[in-house]
Design a protein around this ligand. Structure first.
Ligand SMILES: [Zn+2]
Length: 352
């Protein structure tokens, strides 16, 4: 027992040291950052940043500083809402990704989809860590560790000062409005990859809906006996895109005229289906289908089902972001890539 206790004490010490060193800086890094400013969509001179940010924000975001642990105002925040980059407003995390890591800084188990965060190897303090920065303005956020307790195994350790939190209530009061819809258009890998590129889409998750089995696995759904369809759940900002646009993308990147089939994928799990959450979503979907049929956009009638949404089960972690993580796989090259290209052609002005 004594031995075990010693080992656990050492473990606690290591965890403590690692979290103590969770965020740090060197003067060389500061220089690197200044030099690489031109790589980002949001470019500002150091004076402009100084005018825009508070002294503390400037120290963390632009000089790669670290706020003292357990002092940040978002550390204990549990409200529903979105965490944005305090430098440029880039959406980075939602409340659903936040967990209590006890490390002293706000922690998240994943980031919003769409490459909003960049990682850099950080060799400061005599160790190798992964620094995370905002992909839009280059602002320093914190560090990424692979010791997270949730299914992703990741811990995005972020300074409160690097973040701006917009609560759901504030979103409703301002012009911004967040909505969610769940769509089945065949293999979810393809559909997810497309929506991640569309302006206004905040988050896309692959999973299953419409069946009878609770928490189904991918294998169970593939057998075609669970009643579930492969779906993507899309969270989007109504001020930047719309349900109309989301559905037009949907009807562009899959074939809504083949019953229970998309290309070589056959079975009810590949059915074309819109899971509506309210009467407005149902009506809009119905009238768009009517319009597409009337204008004979497809040579055959649309067979897309309209079903009331009940529950969404997220697919296993390796299915999330599949295309971006497996671009060299034959399926990605042959099946997903052409769909993305078609989407990019039709919606070229609407890409992130
Ligand atoms: Zn930013």
């Amino acid at each position: 027992m004594v031995k075990i206790k010693t080992i656990s004490n050492i473990f606690v010490l290591i965890v403590f040291l690692t979290t103590m060193l969770a965020c740090g800086q060197t003067s060389k890094q500061k220089k690197d950052m200044e030099n690489s400013n031109s790589d980002f969509a949001v470019k500002k001179s150091e004076n402009e940043w100084k005018n825009q940010l508070s002294d503390q924000q400037y120290y963390v975001l632009r000089e790669k500083g670290t706020e003292k642990p357990f002092t940040g105002e978002l550390l204990l925040n549990k409200e529903k809402g979105i965490y944005k980059c305090a430098g440029c407003g880039n959406e980075l995390f939602t409340d659903e990704m936040k967990f209590d890591s006890h490390c002293g800084w706000p922690s998240f188990d994943k980031e919003i989809a769409g490459g909003k965060i960049k990682t850099i190897v950080d060799n400061s303090l005599g160790m190798q860590r992964t620094e995370i920065i905002c992909a839009k303005c280059g602002g320093h956020l914190g560090h990424l560790f692979n010791d997270g307790p949730t299914e992703t195994g990741m811990r995005y350790c972020v300074n409160s000062l690097s973040l701006e939190f917009i609560s759901e209530k504030e979103q409703k009061n301002t012009t911004s409005k967040i909505d969610t819809i769940t769509l089945g258009g065949g293999c979810y890998w393809c559909v997810e990859a497309v929506y991640e590129k569309l302006i206004g889409v905040i988050n896309v998750e692959s999973g299953f809906s419409g069946g009878t089995v609770k928490n189904p696995s991918y294998r169970e759904v593939c057998n075609g006996t669970t009643g579930h369809a492969e779906v993507v759940q899309i969270t989007y900002d109504n001020t930047k895109t719309s349900l109309d646009e989301i559905l037009k993308v949907f009807f562009t990147v899959h074939d809504p005229t083949t019953l229970n089939q998309q290309g070589a994928d056959i079975g009810t799990q590949y059915r074309s289906v819109i899971f509506y959450r309210n009467e407005q979503q149902r009506q809009l979907s119905e009238s768009l289908i009517e319009q597409l049929n009337k204008e004979k956009v497809y040579s055959k009638a649309i067979v897309t089902q309209l079903s009331e949404f009940h529950v969404f089960y997220k697919a296993e972690e390796y299915h999330q972001n599949y295309y971006n993580n497996n671009k060299q796989e034959p399926y990605c090259k042959m099946v997903i890539q052409p769909k993305i290209e078609k989407f990019e052609k039709v919606f070229k002005d609407r890409l992130k």
